[in-house]
Design a protein around this ligand. Structure first.
Ligand code: ADP
Length: 235
């Protein structure tokens, strides 16, 4: 697949939750376009719909209307095995909590999605190489409990990319890290983008948001350019 074929296009996405007190429109006609290797920060107050947007882009949730495409793939129209295939191969998530399995070592955690996708051959070797690239090659055989917070998030990044995803969706991945460790993880995201991985990161952290290529703020369901601290991203 060529690079052009990986352009992410979000078009007119709206999301309405039905609640006992009536409909709650969380996203209202949200559109964005991300070329391969672009990096985006998505800011906005708690409850403004950041996670909802990321989940819709990553096919974990569906919009009420509108569409998401990744190159030729109509993400919002996927069902059944095609949806499973998309989740396994095209998109990777990193969350605030690492979600590593405590009973598996770092390399086993990273290899797991490859095994689940039926690509067991060489999975452990690929996992070790990815951990090396993430700067934690020396920790491959450690269990999550023995890793620092920053190391765990690097392992989580390797796990997100083991099946070749070129779209990395990050939901407050530095939320539990100290400032220095968080900045180092940001450096890693930047390096990945230089290799052509598209990165969308939800964050409250304006210092980190400023390190990414573009900033967007969600306000009252609408996505607007974020212009830095003066833009008042909120918390
Ligand atoms: P953020 O990530 O910006 O904090 P979220 O996307 O988590 O915001 O949530 C946006 C809004 O949607 C909130 O008001 C939340 O209560 C509501 N919401 C999220 N998920 C659901 C759901 N499954 N059902 C009903 N309301 C939801």
């Amino acid at each position: 697949m060529t690079d052009d074929a990986r352009t992410l296009v979000v078009e007119g996405v709206s999301k309405v939750y039905e609640t006992p007190t009536g409909p709650n429109m969380v996203l209202a006609d949200v559109s964005l376009r991300a070329e391969p290797g672009e990096t985006f920060a998505i800011l906005g107050p708690s409850g403004s719909g950041k996670s909802t947007l990321l989940n819709i882009i990553g096919s974990l949730d569906r919009p009420t209307s509108g569409s998401v495409r990744l190159g030729p793939i109509h993400v919002t129209a996927l069902e059944g095995p095609m949806l499973a295939q998309f989740r396994a191969h095209e998109v990777g998530f990193i969350f605030q909590d690492h979600h590593l399995l405590p009973q598996l070592t770092a390399v086993e955690n990273v290899a797991l999605p490859a095994l689940a996708a039926g690509a067991a051959d060489g999975a452990a070797q690929r996992a070790r190489e990815l951990l090396e690239r993430m700067g934690v090659g020396g920790r491959a055989d450690a269990f999550p409990a023995k890793l620092s917070g920053g190391e765990r998030q690097r392992v989580a990044a390797a796990r997100a990319l083991i099946n070749g995803a070129r779209l990395l969706l990050c939901d407050e991945p530095t939320g539990n890290l100290d400032r220095e460790t968080g900045l180092r993880l940001m450096e890693l995201l930047r390096e990945l983008s230089e290799d052509g991985v598209t990165v969308l990161m939800v964050t409250h952290n304006t210092e980190q948001a400023a390190m990414l290529g573009r900033g967007l703020a969600l306000r009252e369901g609408r996505l607007e350019p974020w212009e830095g601290e003066a833009g008042g991203a909120g918390a």
